[in-house]
Design a protein around this ligand. Structure first.
Ligand SMILES: [Zn+2]
Ligand SMILES: [Zn+2]
Length: 70
């Protein structure tokens, strides 16, 4: 349910799927202005924040059998 975060974790600003957003390798998600404030370093896990691709990544990890059928 929370695979694709749709809001900045810092300021709760809504992030549309096509909006510019930044994620770290642990999928912490932030808006651009917060990312700028953080110097592109995730405040949660010190990971590098990178631009989230405009389209959701294909679900490659079928190993995680969280919930089939959405
Ligand atoms: Zn933000
Ligand atoms: Zn993080």
């Amino acid at each position: 349910m929370l695979e694709m975060k749709s809001a900045c974790e810092n300021c709760q600003q809504a992030l549309a799927q096509k909006a510019e957003a930044y994620i770290c390798s642990y999928e912490c998600t932030f808006c651009r202005s917060c990312t700028d404030n953080f110097d592109t370093i995730c405040p949660n896990c010190d990971g590098l924040l990178t631009r989230r691709p405009p389209r959701p990544a294909p679900r490659a990890d079928s190993s995680s059998t969280a919930s089939l059928g959405e």
